[in-house]
Design a protein around this ligand. Sequence first.
Ligand SMILES: [Zn+2]
Length: 279
Amino acid sequence: MKVIISHDVDHITAWEHGRDLILPKHIVRNCIEFGLKYISGREMARRFADIARNRWHNMEEMMGFDREMGIPSTFFFAVSNGMGLSYSLEDAKFWMNRAMDEGFDIGVHGIEFESPHGITVEFNTFARLTNITGFGIRMHYLRRNDGTLRNLAKAGYRFDSSIAELAPPFRVDSLWEFPLHIMDGNILCRNSRWQDRSLEQAKDSTKAIFDASFDRGIEYFTILLHDRYFTDSFRTWKNWYIWVTEFVKANGIGFTSYNEAIRQLERDVPPAINRKTVY
Ligand SMILES: [Zn+2]
């Protein structure tokens, strides 16, 4: 087994949310998490300070940690807005360039999942901004319908990693699907929209998913942490990520990237692995 880590960039600044409901929802969530004792007063104060200093990403810290750990992670950036994702193309471009300069792979954090035209527009916008080819996508909130994967393939995406399912990678036309096995939000907020799990509970559920994946013979295991949570303002989330990367190393499991995994899969596996299920 090899682990593929990715980071969805959902926010860059706090004030980009002037016209959506993200900020009031965030404040309510902080109060609930503090009231339930999942976060400390210090953590809550840090979160308010993050709003005041208008910084809601942790790109440098995230890249620094992954580089130190030798993790070839992929960062997904949005090139359009919707569903509480509100940063500008200009801000996205700045951080896409930073990530590429640091040697990380980048891809699209997709907003459009229904219209084939909308999907192609996002693909072309990203290609034009970055001048790269052979990139992949993860849909914001993992949204999809029956035609999404085929339309992503048609637009030219090399891979997608939006299907939450304990399954190995599979092909849909020219697209590789890498199902998403662990998403930070599902591990830390199991039954609600706010944190309702301790670090120890998060570790236990992570180990259980790894165990189930070994049983199913999954060779490429995917983990998502939003860079937004790699901060002392979200201590449990950050500590969980640090722990899971150390857990991977301690168990002798290596890290790889989507692109490297595809090169490997295309060398080893006959290309026509279409599943019977239609996605
Ligand atoms: Zn997202």
